[in-house]
Structures are given as structure tokens and as C-alpha cells.
Design a binder for this molecule. Structure first.
Ligand SMILES: C[S@@+](CC[C@H](N)C(=O)[O-])C[C@H]1O[C@@H](n2cnc3c(N)ncnc32)[C@H](O)[C@@H]1O
Length: 441
């Protein structure tokens, strides 16, 4: 018997699950609370929340760190393939979406004695759905594994099955501005989450000196100018549901548009490789941010920031093609550059090179475990105050968290580690992380 308690709660209110990257759950929960979500609860790689249809639309338009937002339909226990099919069929699919929509089923299965093949789960789920439509209308939705209008998510854990509808459709990190990718572009939702974790105040200078395709800069600019990431999206998953309210969606978009404000912060995207800057410019144009982000060709290791303080975010090159000694030299060099030239700044570095991070020679103020694609990574925040954080705290005699960093020193710090003789310039070679897909039918 399908338990619907998880789906509809009190009148007009439903439970939803926003999915995100591991490590960004708290940030996403904060976003959802700010939009008016109730009963927010942290899950693994997700956040459970409650709200009405309007809130669902708003969250899809505004959330920067969500990958998708699911509407749970119910869950059930099963002890055979037949009982799985029967219970799938009791969900009132014909009341959820019209028969002329295309559908896909995205299935996962863990620790199941019944299913060892997620493709079969997807197939059987699809059969239950289309059989119900055939019985009711004599016709049925067709399957489109690539670009389905209605996406059904089936998660099996042991003998329990949870069924949801994906309200977002195309993943929410696809903002639409990335016309070109570059070599190893960071995911847009991850970039936004890291900027939030870095504590950037949206007014201080923001430097992205290994910008690649410009994701950090573009996300920072959108955040500071309150440009909603889903504003340009014409169609969401929920647009294909029977209860779709186009007027409500337009009202929520209009409300989001009215929040936009002029960008005050200076944002600079730079890279060693000229081709990357072309890609960054194209993407900036795609985001409608022409002229708002300064793009320049610079080697990070000879970079001299003009402002005395600000934030600098780095996603250094990585990949199997880089040799261990090159990686070590790269991190020593990055650490020295930060210590010598970026005094007064806060630095955030995301890296899957967990050992190499030690060679920065800097003590992180904060450390967050995240995933960059399939790679286990760390995002460390450093406060680059002259003489070190402890001296800074002592000199101020109060909590530094609430203060601006002091003026940049002109001289390298005494405790800076020098790059080793065999230090090499990092290459721009990096590899695109492989992304695992769930089975879809
Ligand atoms: C992993 S990619 C950054 C990807 C970027 N976050 C994005 O979203 O596209 C690393 C970038 O560092 C750049 N890079 C490598 N060495 C550099 C250096 N010495 N100075 C500036 N950029 C450098 C590479 O050209 C490459 O674009």
C-alpha cells in the first residue's frame, strides 16, 4: 500500500526535497528558509522542506545551490516484482500529468534483493504508468530518455521504494549562460555554494584569478546583483503537470526581477590562457553581464591585486595528467603568492588534491568537505592577515569575524615558504571529471 503521508500535508502544502551536492546542504537550507520554506530538514545531499505551490515555483526560480527539486508522491514496501508493479500502478498518474506528455523514469536501487538492475526498475515503473494511462484513455505518454517533459524519480533502498516527480525538469545548475565550457568548468551550483561558504559580502572586490570559463565570477555577479538563476528558464518540470499555474509562475518571476539591483562589487576574472578569456567573455555575455566583470589575461603568480582587501577564489588545475611533483610545486607557489601579494584578503580554494593542500603553508580558518563532480574535495578558507591570524586577533583584541581585514602589506611575509628550485608553472591541462549517470528509461 502506497503511503502518501510524505507528499501532501495540510491544505495546499506539500513536502518537497531539494537535491544538492554533498557539503552544500546547510547553504541550501539557508536559501530555502530565506524564501519562506517551512519545516526545513537537512538530508544527505538534500533538504526536505514544506510549502505551497507558489513556494515550489519560487524555489525553482531562486535557488542557487539546488540541483533539482522533487515532489514526493509516496513510498511503499514491496516483496516481489509484481507487488512493486501493483503499487506503482496505484499512484494516480493520470491525475498528475496529461497523456500527451513525454516521460522518463530515473531509477536508483541499493541493497535490494528483488532488483539488481536499475534499468529493469525503470522499465517496470514505466510499464505501470503507461498501463494506467492506456486503461483510462486508450493512449499513453511516450518515453523520451533524453529530454522528457515529465521526469519520474524512483529510489529503492532495500525493500522500500520512494517515488517522486522532478519539478525542475532540466537540472537547475543549467542556468543557460554557459555557452562554452573550457577545460574543467566547475558546476554552477557548486560555484555558487562555495561563494556563499566563503562569506563574501557581495560588495568587496572579488577576484577569480584562475577563471577558466568564468563560473565563479558570473555566479558572484549574479548573486550580488540579485539576478535569479532561473529567471530566463521558460519551462520547468512542473510546467507539464496538470496543476500548472502559468500566472503564478509569471508573478514569481516578476517578483524575482524586481529584486535585481546594480552590481556594486568589483569582480575580476583572469586566466593565464587567452582562449579561456574568450570563453569567459562568451559566458559573461550569455549571462547578460557584459561590462560588469573585468576580464584580463594574467599569470596568477605575478598578479598584484590593486585593492587592499577582498576575496579571492581559486579552483586550481587538476587531473591525472599532472605529476605529483608538479602538483606539490603548484601548491607551494600558490601558497607563497597568497601570502606575499594578497595580504588583507580572504582566500577560498577548492581542491581534490588533499595532500597537496598542506603545501600551501597556510592554516585554514574554515574547512568544508565537498565533491567536485565525483572527486572528493576540500574547500578551505584562509584569512591572509599580515603576521598571521593570531597576531591579527591579538592586535585587535576582539573577534576578527566582524571586521574588515587591514591594509595589504607591500613586503613578503617572513614565514612564507619559497617555491622549490624545481617549481614549475602549472599547465592549463586538466581533465573533465567523469560524471556517473543513473539509469533512465
Ligand atoms: C580547473 S580550471 C578552473 C575552472 C573554472 N573554475 C571554471 O569554472 O571554468 C583551472 C584554470 O587555471 C588556469 N591557470 C593555470 N595556471 C594558471 C596561472 N599560473 N595563472 C592563471 N591561471 C592559471 C587554467 O588556464 C585553467 O583555466
Amino acid at each position: 500500500m502506497v503511503n502518501m503521508n510524505n507528499s501532501v500535508t495540510t491544505a495546499g502544502q506539500s513536502n518537497y526535497v531539494a537535491k544538492t551536492f554533498s557539503g552544500l546542504e546547510q547553504v541550501l537550507a539557508g536559501e530555502l528558509r530565506a524564501f519562506g520554506a517551512a519545516d526545513v530538514e537537512i538530508l544527505r545531499r538534500g533538504v526536505l522542506f514544506r510549502g505551497d505551490q507558489r513556494l515550489l515555483y519560487r524555489a525553482n526560480i531562486l535557488c542557487r545551490t539546488a540541483l533539482s527539486i522533487l515532489k514526493p508522491l509516496g513510498d511503499f514496501r514491496f516483496d516481489s516484482k509484481d507487488s512493486f508493479y501493483d503499487q506503482m500502478r496505484t499512484i494516480k498518474w493520470t491525475e498528475l500529468f496529461p497523456k500527451d506528455k513525454t516521460i522518463s523514469v530515473i531509477a536508483t536501487a541499493h541493497d535490494s534483493e528483488i532488483f539488481n538492475n536499475t534499468m529493469f526498475v525503470a522499465q517496470l515503473s514505466k510499464d505501470a504508468i503507461v498501463d494506467q494511462f492506456n486503461e483510462a484513455f486508450g493512449s499513453r505518454p511516450s518515453v523520451d530518455t533524453a529530454l522528457a517533459q515529465v521526469r519520474i524519480v524512483v529510489n529503492i533502498q532495500g525493500d522500500n521504494c520512494k517515488v517522486s516527480l522532478d519539478s525542475s525538469g532540466e537540472a537547475l545548475f543549467k542556468r543557460g549562460y554557459r555557452k562554452m565550457g573550457g577545460m574543467a568548468p566547475i558546476n554552477e551550483a557548486l560555484a555558487a555554494g562555495l561563494i556563499m561558504l566563503s562569506g563574501w559580502d557581495k560588495t568587496s572586490p572579488f577576484l577569480d584569478p584562475m577563471c577558466g570559463s568564468g563560473t565563479f565570477s558570473i555566479e558572484a555577479a549574479m548573486m550580488a546583483a540579485e539576478i535569479a538563476p532561473g529567471l530566463d528558464r521558460k519551462v520547468f518540470g512542473f510546467s507539464h503537470w496538470n496543476d500548472f499555474a502559468n500566472g503564478m509562475l509569471e508573478e514569481e518571476k516578476e517578483a524575482a526581477r524586481s529584486q535585481q539591483k546594480p552590481l556594486k562589487a568589483k569582480i575580476i576574472a583572469s586566466d593565464l590562457v587567452g582562449k579561456m578569456l574568450d570563453i569567459t567573455r562568451t559566458n559573461i555575455m550569455g549571462a547578460g553581464l557584459m561590462g560588469q566583470i573585468k576580464v584580463q589575461k594574467n599569470d596568477f603568480f605575478s598578479y598584484h591585486p590593486r585593492e587592499e582587501n577582498g576575496w579571492v577564489l581559486l579552483n586550481p588545475p587538476y587531473g591525472q595528467r599532472m605529476k605529483e611533483q608538479d602538483i606539490r610545486a603548484l601548491y607551494i607557489h600558490i601558497g607563497d603568492t597568497l601570502k606575499n601579494r594578497f595580504t588583507g584578503y580572504r582566500a577560498g580554494i577548492i581542491s581534490a588534491e588533499l595532500d597537496a593542500m598542506k603545501h600551501l603553508g597556510l592554516r585554514p580558518k574554515n574547512r568544508f568537505q565537498v565533491f567536485n563532480g565525483p572527486l572528493k574535495a576540500t574547500f578551505n578558507i584562509y584569512e591572509l592577515f599580515e603576521g598571521g591570524r593570531d597576531d591579527y586577533v591579538r592586535s585587535k583584541g576582539r573577534n576578527v569575524e566582524s571586521q574588515k581585514p587591514k591594509a595589504k602589506s607591500q613586503q613578503p611575509k617572513a614565514n612564507s615558504q619559497k617555491p622549490t628550485a624545481n617549481s614549475q608553472k602549472p599547465t592549463a591541462k586538466s581533465q573533465q571529471p567523469k560524471v556517473k549517470n543513473n539509469r533512465t528509461i
